[in-house]
Design a protein around this ligand. Structure first.
Ligand SMILES: [Zn+2]
Length: 365
């Protein structure tokens, strides 16, 4: 969900933030929460709880903005910021291609959180530790420092993982080796956190232990997703979207009927194929669309009637990089993109299947 933009950077929020919001407000308003020391009644605690939630949200946003602004200052195109249940993520169009850049972009987030925490701490001290606002600011100081420390855990995809990666890259000189080392370190740490969480749950506190286990498990999952993303983006480097397109030899001619087209699917071994008139792509037809038809309709209908018209697909120019084309599909949850030549005519289609096929072929060669 898009909520606006700051410094030209798009900000969107996942619905899971409702829980974070409620959790922060609740933990502040709770009778045993940090505000119990003050004389505040229930309405007052609720108001401060909501203000605390908003300020916490702002704290996470400032952390992410720091990443994005430093990245932009170093020439990286920033796609936007997404805030979700575990904090936020800054999304970049380009890969960071130097170790110092990666170090700065990653480290500035936790550093910013520390500074924000210090500012809140200063406010809390100025207002007195037992005044309601003083307690609120003290709580926010604690939360921001915790945010900084959590993010400094050297495991992908946390900032600490990226800082570690940039250091190993700088020292060892090899980016690939740095990635492997960071992935292994992250796995080890995440595994340790899971093990500790299980121990904690069994020996001390079930709730806290399960929470720790959950965080470790999240780091394991997110770490391997990050590893896949990095590997994919490496494999794509220097290749254009046109290389990912479904080969024209598998295309279905525009004058084919559904019946005949089904044979083309068997030949291609794919679940979606472009419909071609000369060199021009008219649309995309899927095996499921055709195979679900009754026999008589399959004999009668032309594929051009049944296909998804190319106008209804997302389009990117053929000259787009392979990485950007895939990024476009992922961002827009598109099951296919049409590739257009400089005249704006669709001349190819990329689908997840054709990407997988290209990857398999490029790995084999
Ligand atoms: Zn961060």
């Amino acid at each position: 969900m898009r909520i606006g933009s700051v410094f030209g950077i798009e900000i969107s929020v996942s619905l899971s933030w409702i829980f974070v919001f409620a959790l922060v407000a609740w933990s502040l308003a709770d009778p045993t929460g940090p505000l119990h020391r003050t004389e505040l009644g229930i309405p007052g605690r609720i108001v401060l709880g909501v203000i605390g939630s908003v300020l916490f949200f702002a704290s996470v946003l400032v952390h992410e903005l720091a990443h994005s602004l430093v990245a932009r200052a170093r020439g990286i195109r920033v796609r936007g910021i997404m805030l979700f249940i575990f904090g936020g993520v800054s999304m970049f169009e380009d890969e960071v291609n130097d170790a110092p850049g990666e170090a700065w972009i990653s480290a500035v987030g936790p550093l910013t959180s520390l500074v924000v925490g210090a500012v809140f701490f200063g406010c809390a001290e100025a207002l007195g530790p037992n005044s309601p606002l003083g307690v609120l600011f003290g709580y926010l100081a604690y939360v921001n420092v915790a945010l900084a420390i959590f993010n400094l855990i050297p495991a992908y995809p946390l900032d600490g993982g990226r800082v570690l990666h940039s250091l190993v890259w700088r020292i060892g000189g090899s980016r690939e080796r740095a990635t492997s080392i960071t992935v292994i370190t992250g796995r080890f740490l995440a595994g340790t956190i899971v093990a500790f969480g299980i121990f904690e749950a069994l020996a001390y506190n079930v709730g806290a232990g399960l929470w720790t286990t959950f965080i470790g498990w999240f780091l394991l999952q997110a770490g391997s997703a990050e590893q896949t993303r990095i590997a994919l983006s490496r494999a794509m480097q220097g290749h254009s979207a046109a290389e990912l397109a479904i080969s024209a030899e598998f295309a279905i001619p525009a004058d084919a009927r559904a019946n005949g087209a089904l044979e083309a699917f068997q030949h291609a071994g794919m679940r979606a194929l472009p419909v071609l008139l000369g060199d021009r792509v008219l649309g995309l037809v899927s095996y499921d669309q055709l195979s679900q038809l009754p026999d008589d309709e399959r004999e009668r209908n032309y594929v051009t009637v049944l296909m998804t018209r190319v106008e209804d697909l997302d389009e990117v120019p053929t000259t787009t990089s392979a990485d950007d084309a895939i990024g476009h599909m992922a961002r827009n949850k598109a099951h296919a993109v049409a590739l257009t030549n400089p005249q704006g005519v669709a001349v190819g289609v990329v689908t997840p299947e054709s990407v997988m096929r290209w990857l398999a072929a490029s790995r084999g060669s």
